[in-house]
Design a protein around this ligand. Structure first.
Ligand SMILES: [Mg+2]
Length: 192
């Protein structure tokens, strides 16, 4: 039962915020392979090119943060969860400072303690389970208390690896993500 779960971890971009990152365009701009996720492609670059490429990506991420738009139903869902005493956190493959800036742009910062927002430098990035497990430790919670909600294969992969309930949201999920999800929903209004 989802309603019995008290520890809720959300992906940010494409989940609480409407999707706006064109990852394929950025990979093309940087000459990265299209069949690898952006972060893994960046880490595969020769050292001499890697730092500049990461800087390009960070500048792009910061610029998009200010333009972030809230996903449908996000305010109602967070108010309902916080209202019934749930813990809520963010686990993103974006940077933590960009995530905080995005939450500000969305008007959602009041719902999240800053320490409950983890980016790619605070824990091994999803689909590694590390960030989920770290938040659960902070909250004195166990995996059977928890839900991870996200729009990508990384989110439900991390949920599976951490042993928490994985909810995949979004209108056009990939087959790979659907296969790893415990529940597939069209959007946040269906979560509550
Ligand atoms: Mg996402």
């Amino acid at each position: 039962m989802l309603s019995a779960r008290t520890a809720w971890i959300f992906d940010l971009d494409g989940t609480l915020a409407q999707p706006q990152h064109d990852f394929d365009a950025m990979k093309q701009q940087l000459g990265l392979p299209l069949d690898l996720p952006l972060m893994e492609g960046l880490n595969g670059l020769p050292a001499a090119r890697r730092a500049a490429a990461w800087e390009t990506v960070a500048a792009w991420e910061h610029a998009l943060a200010d333009r972030a738009l809230a996903a449908t139903g996000v305010h109602d869902l967070l108010e309902a969860l916080v209202g019934r005493g749930c813990r809520v956190g963010i686990l993103t493959r974006n940077r933590r400072d960009v995530a905080l800036r995005t939450l500000d742009a969305l008007g959602l910062q009041a719902h999240f303690a800053a320490a409950d927002v983890l980016g790619r430098d605070e824990a091994a990035p999803k689909p590694a389970p590390d960030g989920i497990l770290r938040l659960l430790r902070r909250w004195n919670a166990v995996p059977s208390d928890a839900v991870m909600v996200g729009d990508s294969v990384h989110d439900v992969g991390a949920a599976r690896a951490a042993g928490v309930f994985g909810v995949l949201v979004g209108p056009q999920p990939t087959a790979e993500a659907v296969a790893l999800a415990d529940l597939v929903l069209e959007g946040l209004p269906q979560v509550a």
